[in-house]
Design a protein around this ligand. Structure first.
Ligand SMILES: CC(C)(COP(=O)(O)OP(=O)(O)OC[C@H]1O[C@@H](n2cnc3c(N)ncnc32)[C@H](O)[C@@H]1OP(=O)(O)O)[C@@H](O)C(=O)NCCC(=O)NCCS
Length: 199
């Protein structure tokens, strides 16, 4: 029989994605009408490959990512820039295949290149952590990156994740390259301690 915790995680696949507001951003559930906006930033060859995924080749492909991954397999938000109501990226949780036995999800994100370097992803990631340890009752959040992806490394560092080490040659990506993986995590008690320090 599934434990209460694994039941909660399974429910995430189908549960309603709640809207989360930050100062400059709105994180909201994906809609099938977002395909063209997703394609707009995901076709850029400077975006996906940093996260290990292939640039999108058509609006139809972006549509399938929304319906098959963001809406089904992930607890995923579209990131909306409030000032102009524009969809600028994605952030969300998926199951962490390395940590199946605990109440942990893996955080992942991507942002349109024209929006890099303005602190948006750090703002979004902090909101996702608040929601993960709050409404989703997670005990741990993990995140992985290519060690060469320095920008993401800074986001992870600014959020306060614990660096666990680097698995060498452990991640096969879309183009057949096998990359090292820098591994990070945050436990609920560590998140609470950061909150107490006024993070
Ligand atoms: C990684 C990504 C989400 C970062 O988003 P962002 O909104 O630009 O991030 P922030 O602005 O919050 O923070 C970026 C930090 O990286 C720093 N940075 C930028 N270029 C850098 C570089 N070449 N080397 C080191 N740090 C760099 C910025 O100065 C900033 O740090 P600071 O606040 O201390 O100045 C965005 O670049 C992206 O979508 N990349 C492609 C997809 C991807 O890599 N996804 C993550 C997979 S793990």
């Amino acid at each position: 029989m599934a434990s209460e915790k694994s039941y909660k995680i399974t429910m995430l696949k189908f549960g309603t994605v709640e809207t989360v507001e930050t100062e400059r951003l709105r994180l909201r559930a994906w809609s099938i009408e977002d395909a063209a906006d997703l394609y707009d930033y995901a076709k850029n060859p400077n975006v996906g490959p940093h996260g290990g995924w292939k640039p999108h080749e058509s609006v139809m492909e972006s549509f399938s990512i929304i319906t098959d991954l963001f809406m089904k397999a992930y607890y995923s938000w579209a990131i909306i820039l409030k000032e102009d109501d524009r969809l600028i990226g994605s952030i969300g949780y998926e199951k962490d295949p390395r940590r199946r036995e605990i109440n942990c999800l893996e955080l992942g994100y991507a942002l349109g290149e024209d929006c890099w370097g303005k602190g948006y992803m750090t703002e979004a990631a902090n909101a996702a952590l608040k929601h993960g340890f709050g409404a989703l009752h997670l005990d741990m959040v993990s995140i992985y990156r290519n060690p060469e992806n320095k920008r993401s490394g800074r986001v992870i560092e600014k959020c306060g994740f614990y660096y666990e080490g680097t698995l060498r040659k452990a991640n096969l990506v879309y183009n057949g390259e096998v990359r090292d993986v820098a591994c990070y995590s945050m436990k609920k008690e560590e998140y609470n301690a950061l909150l107490c320090k006024g993070k």
